[in-house]
Write a protein of this length. Structure first.
Ligand code: PHE
Length: 493
């Protein structure tokens, strides 16, 4: 088809109507359009102007009459010159008889007298069948008058339909049709030098890329990346949080959290059964100082006044907060450097709590934590840095409320005004680490450590409009949803 069409254009430079062109060659017009024309048009080999035609389709009933004769003709044939009872015609021909009688009376072919039909003419021509046959061969109705067509339509023997054909002319790239266009530069072309004269298929920059089938980032990971950039932009270093199992010592004891604190209960914390205990801290003097500050107090503090047990501190747990890592980093800062160096640290990683699961709680979630260790920092520094940090998450209206943490004093909960909800929502926790935690590490006395923490899930759920945390995390997550989540940017104002 394609070759014949191109030849025709080479000879006559246009094809006035593809409908006629296809019919002359016995082709199906839709096949010509779908499998040949569309691609030629797309490649600009040809140009096409649409033409609308009214065509007539002979209905199923019409086709039957075209082949078997019309009801009026069949009825006339069934009537004898002596008269035939109408009853007899109708029982012989059924519905066709009924329709035929109506038409015959209307056309004056028959007359009805005493329930009998008498012919009024000697011979009839089945013009209805002839017209239907003509329309079948020539759907444009060229041989019929408009009135004929209307009549057939009113008898529902014919339906009209608009058909689109095309007037075809040579396109912008018609001359390139005969040339082989190369899609790629090949090794052979370079070797033979044929690339010099080859014509290349143009790039289609409008084409959409293949849809990706894998490699989608989870929303939590996308938001984590943005928050990581905020911290890095503020000059913070990332802490190595790549361990989920921690000893109670670094998770609780070193933070001046007493051993009978409810958070250390199996109700709130996951304990490991194997290995149940970690190795004791090698810095025995540090352990001694931690023991002392719990048991009897030190550095001007009264302590908790209970017998501190090292065995209890060696119990392995799934870390309940990333502050365990912060503590270890501060200890390293105090012991590994000769002179104190100010530091800004952050981490974003997973923590575990033995919670009852519901729409907003999981047994594991991610904590974002930032801390600054420097000389003579104040709570004013803490509030300032928190303001700066949250402004980059799109939260610029903040309030602070005093709270209690075993390891910070003072401690403040952070609230942000949520524009969407029209109310204040809790977004984080913060505080100044206690001397009972820092001084046993042997950090200089004038060094203060300010810190704040929040969950990664909270801002992610707000950004991605997720109401139930289980849609975001865990075994009920819909993988397709993960693929389809857009890239949401944290607002910066
Ligand atoms: N560790 C705290 C929590 O688990 C967060 C926090 C970090 C509080 C740093 C104060 C300072 O919620």
């Amino acid at each position: 088809m394609e070759e014949q069409l191109i030849q025709e254009l080479e000879m006559n430079s246009s094809i006035p109507d593809t409908g006629i062109f296809a019919k002359e060659r016995g082709w199906d017009h839709t096949v010509l359009v779908d499998s040949v024309l569309k691609s030629l048009i797309g490649r600009e080999i040809v140009e096409a102007k649409p033409i609308s035609h009214e065509i007539y389709i002979v209905t199923k009933e019409g086709q039957e009459y075209a082949q078997q004769g019309s009801p009026e003709w069949r009825t006339f044939q069934a009537t004898s010159p002596q008269g035939t009872p109408i009853q007899e015609i109708q029982s012989k021909l059924g519905i066709v008889g009924k329709l035929g009688v109506q038409q015959c009376l209307k056309r004056g072919w028959l007359k009805l007298e005493d329930k009998k039909l008498f012919p009024q003419v000697t011979q009839v021509v089945d013009d209805t069948a002839e017209k239907l046959q003509s329309l079948t061969l020539n759907p444009q109705g060229a041989n019929l008058s408009l009135q004929d067509i209307k009549q057939l339509q009113s008898r529902k023997l014919v339906q009209s339909k608009t058909m689109k054909t095309f007037c075809i002319q040579k396109g912008r790239r018609f001359s390139q049709y005969r040339e082989q266009v190369a899609t790629d530069l090949s090794k052979e072309m370079i070797e033979s030098g044929s690339w010099r004269n080859a014509s290349f298929k143009e790039y289609n920059f409008e084409a959409s890329g293949k849809p990706l089938t894998g490699g989608f980032l989870h929303p939590l990971m996308k938001v984590r990346e943005q928050i990581r950039y905020i911290f890095l932009g503020m000059g913070f270093e990332e802490m190595p949080t790549n361990q989920y199992v921690e000893s109670s010592f670094w998770n609780f004891d070193a933070l001046f959290q007493p051993q009978q604190h409810p958070a250390r209960d199996a109700h709130d914390t996951f304990f490991l059964s194997d290995p149940m205990f970690s190795k004791p801290c090698e810095d025995r003097e540090y352990v001694e100082r931690v023991c002392k500050v719990h048991q009897q107090g030190d550095y001007g503090s009264l302590g908790y006044r209970y017998p501190w047990s090292e065995t209890e501190s060696l119990k392995n747990i799934l870390r309940t907060h990333t502050t365990a890592i912060s503590t270890k980093m501060l200890y390293r800062l105090a012991t590994e450097e000769q002179h104190f160096v100010p530091k800004k640290y952050f981490s974003i990683d997973r923590v575990f709590r033995n919670e009852t699961l519901d729409a907003t709680h999981l047994a594991e979630f991610h904590q974002i934590e930032g801390l600054i260790a420097d000389r003579n920092l104040t709570i004013g520094d803490l509030k300032g840095v928190i303001h700066y940090f949250f402004a980059q998450l799109g939260m610029s209206q903040l309030k602070f409320k005093p709270t209690y943490n075993p390891y910070t004093e003072p401690s403040m909960e952070i609230f942000a005004f949520h524009q969407g909800l029209g109310k204040w929502v809790e977004v984080g926790n913060s505080g100044v680490f206690r001397p009972e935690m820092l001084l046993p590490m042997k950090l200089p006395e004038d060094v203060t450590v300010i810190a704040w923490g929040l969950s990664l899930e909270r801002p992610t759920m707000i950004l991605y409009g997720v109401r139930n945390i289980r849609e975001l995390f865990g075994h009920k997550v819909d993988l397709e949803a993960i693929q389809n989540y857009p890239l949401c940017r944290l607002g910066i104002d």
